[in-house]
Write a protein that binds this ligand. Structure first.
Ligand SMILES: C[S@@+](CC[C@H](N)C(=O)[O-])C[C@H]1O[C@@H](n2cnc3c(N)ncnc32)[C@H](O)[C@@H]1O
Length: 235
């Protein structure tokens, strides 16, 4: 893994050119029509053909759009059908995640979908309490104690900047305006097969499906008519 200091230097030095790249894309190239599928933080191996892959790292990733995802997203309002984000969001500072989710909400079409996956804090803490050392891996560091293995999983040598749990994601998603939140089994389950196909699901290998290492959540941006109808029904 690249040392954190080097990564911080990379982001600091390239912040301005990345902002220019992102805004130039949004103004001149971002699609305004058609089905638009966006993959945030693909890395190198998980590049999705047919999707717009957005990443900050030009060395270890393969971006179609070079952008810092802590910034405004490089898409116009209401133009994106689906955002897919797998093991990316935990790399954003915890305090920035509400803004990042609001940005996705802004860019989505009414009825649009997000599918977010990251380290499963719920299962990790359960496995810690049960003392199940074998559930944890030796990545990035080999730790002997179950507490050390929990810290290794959650913090990933300081790479992860938040703890993802189902209830926390639900709260953040609701605050950003999303609805219909559902948890999905990694690699097999989606509530929207028209948008999340085998191309995406095969990128989510899960060694222990009964106690998944990745928490996958889907949610939708409601259309104005649905928001009104739900408000009336609640009165
Ligand atoms: C752990 S990798 C995940 C790669 C792939 N999605 C997967 O599931 O294996 C995290 C990816 O998110 C990208 N990333 C992290 N923080 C980012 C940021 N602030 N802006 C843009 N990309 C970022 C990294 O460059 C990297 O490609």
């Amino acid at each position: 893994m690249v040392p954190r200091k080097l990564k911080a230097l990379y982001y600091a030095l390239l912040q301005a050119p990345m902002a220019v790249s992102s805004r130039t894309y949004r103004v001149f190239r971002a699609p305004r029509t058609g089905t638009v599928k966006v993959h945030l933080g693909p890395g190198q191996r998980n590049y999705l053909p047919g999707w717009i892959n957005v990443d900050a790292n030009v060395v270890s990733a393969r971006p179609d759009v070079w952008a810092d995802l802590r910034d405004v997203l490089p898409f116009r309002d209401g133009t994106v059908d689906v955002f897919y984000s797998h093991h990316m969001i935990e790399h954003l500072p915890d305090a920035m995640i509400p803004f990042h989710l609001r940005e996705m909400h802004r860019c989505l079409k009414p009825g649009g979908l997000i599918r977010i996956g990251g380290p499963n804090g719920d299962v990790a803490m359960k496995k810690f309490v049960e003392g199940d050392e074998r559930w944890f891996s030796d990545f990035p560091d080999a730790r002997r104690s179950v507490g050390g293995r929990l810290a290794n999983f959650i913090l990933c040598r300081g790479e992860h900047l938040t703890i993802l749990t189902r209830s926390y994601l639900e709260e953040l998603l609701a605050d950003a305006g999303f609805a219909d939140v559902r948890t999905c089994a990694p690699g097999v389950e989606t509530g929207s097969p028209e948008l999340i196909g085998a191309d995406v699901l095969t990128k989510e290998p899960e060694p222990t499906p009964d106690a998944p290492h990745t928490l996958i959540v889907e949610a939708r941006k409601l259309g104005a008519a649905t928001v009104r109808a739900r408000a009336v029904a609640e009165e």
